[in-house]
Design a protein around this ligand. Structure first.
Ligand SMILES: [Mn+2]
Length: 313
């Protein structure tokens, strides 16, 4: 059992039946290739969140009144495949409970499970990936559930839009849809990318943020920092626009790799998460019921075909 609530919010706002928002921590770091430590990400994120102001100046809201339920961390790590399946099932379980489901990793392979769940539950899903890396390898080091493969499945099964990319293997070009890829070096000199990317999105959008999309000057605590990344306000401007124009159905944030010296990255992650919730719920009264309107028909159809559903409830 979790003993703390998200950001230290009152316990009655953290109860599952009351909360519109569910937060699933996944402290998994089984396949990182360079710096280890993403397994410490959720804890550092939660610590920083507990020390953050909960009034959002920009939206004039206190989104925690919508209720945030922090569930037990997914700790399955016997194999990358088993972790992905565990994340897939837990994510789907809370979508079915009519919650706005958010996930904090862990390394990026966590997102294979989250995307799979959202894609089963929502028709015509767009996956908006903010990342320095393309992550489009079909398999890597013997597994299709390696962090380097995080977006391969999404590229095959969803409308994948990649933003901030500045590192990839030439082989990934065979999988990549360059029409839907926004490279960092192009974004730096052309600010039409925000509208162009939003025009390519379907109504239902799942957002996956690899924190290495940010410039290492503001986000050094990540496994594979790459120069030339996004800054804070341009990212907020873009996210705000996506939340306003599309139905964002959920999101995950991955690859916080905390260290003792740099606390600002933990706070960036905490603030990013809270900002995204603030944008999502800025026009909703706390008393209203949340309706995540997942597609029952699609769920049933998919259960008979693509994936096995072993949830018992
Ligand atoms: Mn990355």
């Amino acid at each position: 059992m979790q003993t703390k609530t998200y950001a230290g919010i009152p316990e009655d706002l953290a109860k599952l039946d009351k909360a519109k928002i569910v937060l699933i921590p996944v402290p998994y770091d089984g396949t990182s290739t360079w710096q280890k430590g993403a397994d410490k990400g959720p804890e550092a994120f939660l610590d920083a969140s507990a020390n953050m102001e909960l009034y959002d100046i920009e939206t004039g809201t206190e989104v925690y009144h919508q209720g945030v339920h922090l569930v037990d961390a997914v700790t399955e790590n016997s194999s990358p495949e088993a972790m992905v399946e565990a994340v897939h099932q837990v994510t789907k379980k809370y979508i079915k409970r009519n919650k706005f489901v958010t996930i904090f990793g862990g390394e990026h392979s966590v997102s294979i499970g989250t995307v799979r769940a959202f894609n089963e539950m929502y028709p015509s899903l767009t996956v908006l990936q903010l990342d320095a890396h393309a992550d489009l390898r079909k398999s890597y080091e013997g597994s299709t559930c390696n962090h380097a493969c995080a977006m391969y499945e999404a590229s095959q099964n969803t409308n994948l839009i990649q933003v901030g990319i500045r590192s990839m293997d030439v082989m990934e070009k065979t999988v990549m849809d360059e029409e839907k890829t926004y490279f960092a070096h192009e974004m730096a000199v052309d600010d039409t990318w925000m509208d162009a990317a939003i025009d390519q999105m379907t109504e239902n959008v799942f957002i996956t943020i690899d924190l290495d999309v940010f410039d290492p000057s503001i986000m050094p605590s990540t496994g594979t920092p790459e120069p030339g990344g996004l800054l804070w306000y341009e990212t907020m401007e873009f996210l705000k626009q996506v939340f306003e124009e599309k139905n964002v159905v959920g999101f995950d944030i991955v690859e916080l790799c905390p260290n003792k010296i740099d606390k600002s990255s933990d706070f960036l992650a905490a603030k990013l998460y809270y900002k995204m919730l603030s944008y999502k719920f800025q026009n909703e009264e706390a008393e209203e019921e949340y309706d995540n309107s997942f597609d029952d028909e699609k769920v049933n159809k998919n259960n008979n075909t693509k994936f096995q559903d072993e949830d018992a409830y």
